[in-house]
Design a protein around this ligand. Sequence first.
Ligand code: VG1
Ligand code: CO
Length: 543
Amino acid sequence: MSIRTVNTRPFSDQKPGTSGLRKKVPVFRQPHYLENFVQSIFDSISAPHGATLVLGGDGRFYNRTAIQIILKMAAANGFGKVLVGRGGILSTPAASCVIRKHKAFGGLILSASHNPGGPDGDFGIKFNSGNGGPATESVTEAIFARSKIIEHYRFLDAGDVMLDRLGETTLGRMRVEVIDPVADYAELMEALFDFDAIRAALAGSFRIKFDAMHAVTGPYAREILVNRLGAPADSVMNAVPLEDFGGGHPDPNLTYAHDLVEIMYGADAPDFGAASDGDGDRNMILGRHFFVTPSDSLAVIAANATLVPGYRQGVAGIARSMPTSAAADRVAGALGIPCFETPTGWKFFGNLMDAGKVTLCGEESFGTSSSHVREKDGLWAVLFWLDILAVRKQPVETIVREHWAKYGRNFYSRYDYEALPTEAADGVMQHLRANFSSLTGKTFGPYTVQTCDDFSYTDPVDGSISKNQGIRILFSDGSRIIFRLSGTGTEGATLRVYLEAYEADVSRHHLDAQEALKELIEIALRISELQARTGRDQPTVIT
Ligand code: VG1
Ligand code: CO
């Protein structure tokens, strides 16, 4: 076994996006491509000799190959130990949990989240720090800078590591421990939630359906919901993880989780339905014939947090990404706790949680979590809802309607225009940037523009500034239209339009969100000239 220094040439396209580096599998399979990026990470994070690394992914195509390459590179770069999930599997929240629990220096998570997988699908990789959270912007920028000038990487010539049996082996001087990917995570969940209460509910007439979408949460959901909480085995559907997610799009929303949606809107629907994404960090919550928007879910969780053992002492603060609706702000206001508004992406929540400023955080993109880890956490959100339901013993719909009656309803929707030509998407954003200042004071039907800006965030903990995080058009009644370019797509550009309208009047809470937001949608299209500039009449996905 010998360590080789391999000569290489940089690629120019390894800029990490919202959640690490995401590319098509054929891009990752180019000679030296993965190796260059991994070495750029190792060169940028100053891990001490002998440090421990956590490694795992969502099991998609190329996961196993990438794990073997990374193990050999970690050994050649002086790591002392790697904790790797059995079969190369770790959901994103479980990886965060393992990094924290075992006090690792950091971890590498292999995932392209909800993007489709397979030989022509997507793959991704990101580095998480010792707090269990995605690397901050300064670290990801250093990795990108390094990737542009890299000339060598280090590699240990050795045979592959057996990933399917638990236990310890060595690779050169480095120890490799294959761990149960579920155990640490399941133990943490038991510490936070009242498993007895949930078990009692499930032993009665309360029925649930969880859709793992053939992605990583299958084994986690089986262990927690079925083995530990006693739900019938068929409560978990599409539970076997597949390298291509069964050809599906493992994105838990009303469009892609259609199997579950049909069940939850059908005759004899269960009381509670939920789904998670490719890497297990997203969640969708459904009641019988009822959809809970992710923004409302965060607000309901915050308002009911003290019903749950792990949050009995209360919530220090809430953080939400800028495009997420202000429903959580109203709960924070009522509780007298701060609410922070951050740019999109989980990396911005880490500093706030490390500093003890927030307990709960969430994004409109089906992400919710707390300071128990430093990632969003799909099953955690499901268990939080199950615990609330077990205590309150009311249907999901009643809980949400009561919430709206008390705090008002934030109608919300997101329109995604995927795979646009980059110039067309950039053109819309440039047009908006050039013109938004002239909108102030203008009136469109019942809406008057109060201010417009390009969102900029100053981290309250380290003072770092993130600019150009999305165009905001803010109306005097609290309604908002936001335009933002996605940082996770792998094909052309994706333009997201976020729409929100606040409604205090209970007699209007029954309205359909699309109906309630109709005028705002028209205003958004008019202001942005989106249809003319992109040639698209309809969005690809509406959530
Ligand atoms: C999207 C979402 C964002 C989320 C990110 C990663 O980013 O909008 O809220 O944090 O995906 O989610 P973008 O830049 O495409 O809008 V996932 O489940 O990778 O882990
Ligand atoms: Co994800």
